[in-house]
Design a protein around this ligand. Structure first.
Ligand code: ZN
Ligand code: ZN
Length: 378
């Protein structure tokens, strides 16, 4: 690694000019061969132009041996005669060509990113985008809160800010169009009395996707540890049951495309009790019939509950009912963009999923799931 940093940038640039040497450095396929679980960011770092290839993230890469090997290769390219250069280059190009035949990069998405407009997220929208780009994400979606009434209203953009939000995303889409695909969405709290107003807003703008959430049960925020229902005042089983009943009721409406973090009620320390089984089954059947998408929310892995929303057990049931997922980190800070998405991908693949849903203009666009794929073997 030390050696790697000692090589000056202009040396890399010189190497690039040889053309043939390029595959040594930039092949994501090579990285994939040695360690499929290498964070996507690392493969992306390799794919960057060499002038930008002094990667701060290399230390996090698990396939360290590979980097060391290519460090050695590059150093020798610098000090050995041309014959040696050709030898290394041809070998690497041959391996690269072979690996490229087998592996191809797949899209990485994060469909749940907040903005400071909701009053409890930090960092500029550009900071979220830059983080996504640096991690190698191909598509992200701003899905900021819209909570029109009740105690959650303070945790949401104001209804009058929706035009500003949409305009900001439109400008950013234009600015970043050649680097990342941006989508515009909302995470709308289900408040039955506000449905007509919600529909008016949704019709007035060109959203790519609308997520719907239940955060508040009996006036308490089950998605917040600070605002959660006091443990001594309420029966946990009742809160969980009420939460799922609300989700069930939400399915009477059709203003949304995605149901966010379906078992978020467990976040505030409420395990999903046995007696919720029938209502959950009913919800999943309805979601399947309505062809709605569920969000596989990776945020929970970093919460005390230490589990995704939904759990693996629930995700297996979803798979059995042919329910599609989209992926989200629920980032409220730029550094949380894409967090644990690789873990989500691995889990969904293990369950048997091959695709996840993305959206454009509220139309579903399934994309292959994963970081790398082997078309020959799959
Ligand atoms: Zn939030
Ligand atoms: Zn939420």
């Amino acid at each position: 690694m030390v050696e790697f940093h000692r090589i000056h940038r202009h040396r890399f640039k010189d190497l690039m000019k040889t053309g043939l040497s390029l595959p040594i450095i930039i092949s994501p396929g090579l990285v994939s061969l040695f360690h499929q679980t290498i964070p996507f960011a690392a493969t992306r770092a390799f794919a960057q132009p060499l002038g930008r290839l002094i990667p701060a993230r290399l230390a996090t890469v698990k396939g360290f041996g590979l980097f060391f090997h290519y460090t050695a290769t590059c150093v020798s390219v610098r000090i050995e005669p041309w014959l040696m250069i050709m030898n290394h280059t041809i070998k690497a190009a041959a391996i690269h060509g072979f690996i490229s035949l087998i592996y191809r990069k797949l899209p990485m998405i994060d469909y749940h990113i907040h903005t400071p407009l909701c009053n409890h997220a930090q960092g500029s929208m550009k900071a979220y985008i830059h983080q996504a780009i640096s991690l190698g994400f191909s598509e992200i979606c701003f899905l900021d809160h819209l909570i029109l009434d009740g105690p959650g209203k303070k945790n949401s953009m104001d209804i009058r800010e929706v035009p500003l939000y949409m305009q900001a995303i439109a400008c950013l889409k234009h600015e970043f169009h050649d680097r990342i695909t941006l989508r515009a969405g909302l995470e709308v709290d289900f408040i039955p009395e506000k449905i007509p107003q919600i529909k008016d807003i949704l019709e007035g703008f060109n959203f790519d996707v609308i997520g719907a959430s239940v955060h508040f049960v009996m006036g308490y925020n089950v998605a917040s540890r600070r605002e959660a229902p006091p443990k001594d005042l309420f029966d946990k089983q009742e809160i969980a049951l009420r939460y799922f009943e609300q989700l069930d009721r939400m399915l009477d409406y059709d203003f949304f495309d995605v149901i966010c973090h379906p078992d978020i009620v467990k976040k505030c320390g409420i395990p999903i009790p046995e007696n919720c089984g029938p209502v959950i089954d009913d919800i999943l059947t309805r979601i399947s019939k309505k062809n709605l998408t569920l969000e596989f929310n990776a945020g929970g892995w970093d919460h005390p509950v230490g589990d995704s929303y939904p759990s693996e057990e629930l995700a297996i049931k979803c798979h059995q009912k042919n329910i599609a997922f989209t992926l989200g980190s629920d980032a409220h800070r730029p550094e949380h963009v894409g967090k644990n998405i690789d873990k989500s991908v691995a889990l969904l693949k293990k369950i048997g999923y091959t695709h996840v849903n993305t959206f454009e203009g509220r139309l579903v666009r399934p994309v292959p799931l994963g970081m790398v794929k082997c078309p020959i073997l799959s």
